[in-house]
Design a protein. Structure first.
Ligand code: DGL
Length: 283
């Protein structure tokens, strides 16, 4: 593993474009940092997959990011955090990880009606992380959960507002509105891209929680604590990689992230090894 110092990039990954909602906040708070972003479009969606398989993918991706000098790993995916965070911390004990945790705590603290909606994928609801967050923080608040089947795929297509996307969200949110939710927790990093549509469905009085800014703050704290923060000033480069269609991913970047970027092509060799034309990058 290459030695890490403050000039090295942050490694960020997700099953696809979802992690770009986290990258957006990372870029806002730490524009000077360089980033390597990997989207596993070859395997998206993670949500319906067995946790063990998502764990293997996450380990392979982490190895790829570390081999390219990542100084910290941001698991910008709730499903991968649920399936793999404990395993990753154990497997790479010298590496700092930041993961996604469903924002049940702030939701339970601030709800007035005592009813909160949680939107996530099946992997996130199945993992021990969600159960532990609920046990520690729900505090008598009623949580209404929905997995929004098909929503991740719609967002991967770039459809943030079409009839099918709207239909999936209405089906999830209408029963929640009938029970008087006043807060919606987004526990899938793809979902912040449809916040404008969610807000139109639930109305302006319902608060929608995107955890990305808090996750970016946590990454910043960790870098500072480890002496790995780049000095402010300038703009770090972002290198994107995908196991899917690189041209298509590149076409989505301006709309989702507000930045252009080259996208490198990787492919999987089994569930744990990524290969591609990228080996010179960052070496
Ligand atoms: N963006 C992901 C998450 O935060 C994964 C979605 C999926 O691939 O199912 O859970």
């Amino acid at each position: 593993m290459p030695p890490t110092n403050s000039n090295n990039p942050m490694g960020v990954f997700d099953s696809g474009v979802g992690g770009l909602s986290v990258l957006r906040s990372l870029r806002e708070q730490m524009p000077e940092e360089a980033v390597i972003y990997f989207g596993d479009q070859g395997h998206v969606p993670y949500g319906p997959r067995p946790l063990g398989q998502v764990r293997d993918f996450s380990e392979g991706i982490t190895r790829f990011l570390l081999n390219h000098g990542a100084k910290i790993i941001v698991v910008a995916c709730n499903a991968a955090s649920a399936a793999a965070l404990t395993h990753l911390r154990r497997t790479f004990p010298d590496v700092s990880f930041v993961g996604m945790e469903p924002a049940v705590k702030p939701a339970a603290e601030h709800t007035g009606t005592g009813v909160v909606g949680v939107l996530a994928t099946p992997a996130t609801f199945q993992g021990a992380l969600y159960a532990s967050v609920v046990e520690r923080f729900a505090n008598g608040v009623q949580l209404m959960q929905d997995t929004c089947p098909g929503l991740v795929q719609q967002i991967e297509k770039g459809d943030l507002d079409g009839p099918l996307t709207r239909g999936i969200l209405e089906k999830a949110l209408d029963p929640m509105l009938q029970k008087n939710i006043d807060t919606v927790v987004l526990a899938c990093t793809h979902y912040p891209f449809v916040i404008p549509l969610i807000q139109r469905i639930v109305g302006e009085k319902v608060r929608v929680i995107d955890p990305a800014p808090a996750v970016a703050r946590q990454a910043k704290r960790l870098l500072e604590a480890n002496g790995l923060k780049r000095p402010a000033g300038g703009r770090g480069e972002v290198r994107f990689f995908t196991s899917g269609d690189a041209d298509f991913v590149r076409s989505l970047l301006p709309g989702l992230l507000g930045e252009e970027g080259a996208v490198g092509q990787l492919h999987w060799d089994g569930d744990k090894v990524l290969r591609g034309e990228w080996l010179q990058i960052g070496d």
